[in-house]
Design a protein. Structure first.
Length: 367
């Protein structure tokens, strides 16, 4: 295969990939408000507590409770109840059960797993439910998780203590099946919150569409070859970028009177408040169609999402000409500053010095 034919094949491959339906990856309101991250599971438990209570203000009545009942294999109808109580973090011999739903006829204990693995003492929870709710006709134990718990230890722990594994997606499926029967009587505000919660959890799965999965399965070797060739291309342009970055670093350090770092020869940056809410500046060259160092990109960034909120207002005010704010990039946040012509070294240095001065002022006042 000659070079032209190979390039045409790659072009065709990329065109077909672009035609695939794109996933909706816009952040939900919960994504935006997820702070601090290590309390997310607790937040989800409180949301479930609210919707599982048929007497709560949402107006969806027993929609969620019925869905949970069905997905846990208890049958199509709920037992009769006059009262349902939903609590979070019920004390159990020094431990806490995430959610407990109780009525006159039944009790449901839920261990909620959104991110962490299953390390909890399920035997303690099972004993607590057995001892304290012995009068209930049905005692149901559930591990509700975003991802399947497939490791042998988790499976054994659940089986030994009679916990049923249930996935969020299956619970949501049951909710959606019956939603039409409840939607007219519900509070629209809480319905919006419910959809946002469900979309947030579904986003965590990041499940590829069937068409996208088939595309990669059918073109695996060609995609891998394209990635390999692109990586070699990046390695080929790196020496030119390394030389240019070193020159920029020298001039910026002379102007700011502080040390900047260069990561792997191409990423020039500096950080502030490293021991508290770390924030900094990163910058690098990007190739264009004609030049290896065609554009220069500068970002204000935090390396952890939870470090961003204290600075957000001040940083956005200091950089009103920013291109865009990316708060949905893994655990990092990037504020993209205007792109600079890679051949204009003076403008690049001035922009970095200006960014440094603004960030130094902000981080001296906010820690």
């Amino acid at each position: 295969m000659d070079i032209e034919e190979r390039n045409n094949n790659y072009t065709d491959l990329l065109c077909r990939f672009e035609q695939l339906p794109k996933q909706d990856i816009r952040p939900t309101f919960m994504d935006i408000c997820r702070y601090p991250y290590n309390r997310f599971e607790e937040v989800c438990s409180r949301i479930l507590q609210f919707y599982l209570n048929p007497f709560a203000e949402h107006g969806l009545h027993d929609l969620w409770l019925l869905a949970l009942w069905r997905v846990s294999g208890q049958g199509d109808t709920l037992p009769f109840y006059n009262k349902v109580e939903c609590v979070t973090e019920e004390y159990a011999e020094g431990k806490r059960i995430d959610i407990v739903v109780k009525s006159e006829e039944f009790v449901i204990a839920i261990e909620n797993k959104t991110t962490a693995g299953l390390y909890n003492q399920l035997d303690v929870y099972a004993n607590h439910i057995r001892k304290n709710y012995s009068d209930r006709k049905q005692r149901i134990l559930i591990v509700l998780s975003v991802f399947p718990l497939l490791d042998s230890k988790s499976k054994k722990r659940m089986a030994q203590n009679a916990f049923r594994p249930i996935l969020y997606k299956d619970l949501f499926s049951e909710v959606n099946k019956e939603l039409g029967n409840y939607i007219m009587s519900c509070d629209q505000k809480y319905l919006t919150y419910m959809f946002d919660f469900m979309k947030t959890i579904n986003n965590m799965n990041n499940v590829n569409s069937e068409r996208e999965l088939n595309f990669f399965m059918q073109n695996k070797e060609r995609v891998e070859d394209l990635i390999s060739r692109y990586n070699k291309f990046r390695e080929g342009i790196r020496p030119q970028q390394v030389t240019q970055i070193a020159s920029i670093e020298e001039k910026v350090e002379e102007r700011t009177k502080v040390d900047w770092w260069i990561w792997e020869g191409w990423d020039l940056g500096i950080s502030f408040n490293d021991k508290t809410n770390r924030i900094g500046i990163e910058s690098s060259y990007e190739p264009t169609e004609r030049e290896y160092c065609g554009e220069f990109h500068i970002y204000i960034t935090t390396w952890r999402k939870e470090h961003w909120p204290p600075y957000k207002e001040a940083v956005l005010k200091a950089f009103p000409d920013n291109i865009r704010l990316d708060e949905n990039c893994g655990n990092r946040v990037y504020l993209h500053l205007p792109i600079i012509d890679g051949n204009n070294e003076e403008e690049i240095v001035n922009a970095l010095v200006d960014a440094y001065n603004k960030m130094k002022k902000i981080t001296d006042e906010i820690h």
